[in-house]
Write a protein that binds this ligand. Structure first.
Ligand code: NCD
Length: 308
């Protein structure tokens, strides 16, 4: 698929070929940056980053990616309070304004479907940087890129998605993106945080063997990749329910030592208590490498969407 001028709304829009093409571009950019080359591919282009929810990695890595390609950035980091949204402006009016100031808009919003709604209103590409508990497609691309970099392949692996599968947009997108490869899935969650039927059904309709369990220790004896997630506090109406579930899974050094050899430990970050810090120094820990890879994958995406 030619990505020029396209919106990025869901991980389901990418074919295997698209994903591999983006990996090749990301590899090239990464190698050229390593050599200290100065890239000019998006010279004269401007990217707007508009975030209605907190972010460290997604916003800054998009901005870094754009600037590494010679482009510029305009940014609203706290759109809820620092933009005219606080005066009652609608999302549609906001994007119809910002499109006059930038060639593409990276949007994070608290409502499922917000990126689609913005894309319907906008004439410039919208990149979904998280729509509530919906999706986070660019995170899925950097997750796949990290798996490929660390494991040398994606096909043939068993991937365990762990934690708040109900509210976690990263796992909703990652499961969809992984369905372009030949993987086995373990969805590991307490019943109250199980993967939405929409995602599980999507996998089964594509003939994937999906194991749903709440037993992390047993899953780790066969998983090649474990993707831990934060229990999404901001999606809970009842704080007592959050307190009950927040520490349901904690991955520590002891659990990793009893897992399959070379287990790859991933997390989109931010981490709260799901992975103890004694895991960080193990070669298995890939979460800060994920954060780094976010720049290369977002460079590849921006170059494809905005490049000449
Ligand atoms: C995630 C998100 O915002 O969905 N963070 C990220 O973009 N790396 C994960 C989370 O907040 O738990």
């Amino acid at each position: 698929m030619d990505l020029k001028g396209k919106d990025i709304l869901t991980a389901a829009q990418f074919s295997r070929e698209d994903i591999e093409h983006l990996f090749a571009i990301a590899d090239d950019f990464s190698a050229r940056l390593q050599k200290g080359e100065r890239l000019r591919r998006l010279d004269g282009k401007l990217l707007a980053t508009v975030f209605y929810e907190p972010s460290t990695r997604t916003r800054l890595s998009f901005e870094s990616a754009m600037q590494r390609l010679g482009g510029g950035v305009v940014s609203v980091a706290e759109a809820k309070t620092a933009s005219s949204v606080a005066k009652g402006e609608t999302l549609a009016d906001t994007v119809r304004t910002i499109e006059n100031y930038a060639d593409a808009i990276v949007l994070r919003h608290s409502e499922v479907g917000a990126a689609q709604a913005a894309a319907d209103a906008a004439s410039v590409p919208i990149l979904n940087a998280g729509d509530g508990a919906g999706e986070h497609p660019t995170q899925a691309l950097l997750d796949l890129y990290t798996i490929r970099a660390q494991k040398g392949r994606i096909d043939g692996l068993r991937v365990a998605l762990v934690g708040d599968l109900k509210n976690g947009r990263t796992v909703h997108s990652l499961a969809r993106a992984l369905s372009q490869f030949k993987v086995d899935f373990s969805f590991v969650a307490p019943a109250a945080l199980a993967m939405p039927a929409e995602v599980s059904d999507y996998m089964r309709a594509r003939d994937f063997a999906v194991e749903e369990t709440n037993d992390l220790a047993r899953t780790l004896t066969k998983a090649d990749v474990v993707y831990m997630t934060r229990v999404q506090k901001e999606r809970f109406a009842d704080p007592k329910q959050y307190d009950k579930l927040k520490n349901f899974y904690i991955l520590n050094r002891d659990l990793v030592s009893r897992a399959k050899d070379n287990l790859l430990v991933m997390h989109p970050l931010p981490r709260v208590d799901e992975i103890t810090t004694d895991v960080d120094s193990l070669p298995n820990a890939a979460y800060f490498r994920q954060a780094r890879n976010g720049v290369f994958i977002r460079m590849a995406l921006l170059a494809e969407i905005l490049g000449g």
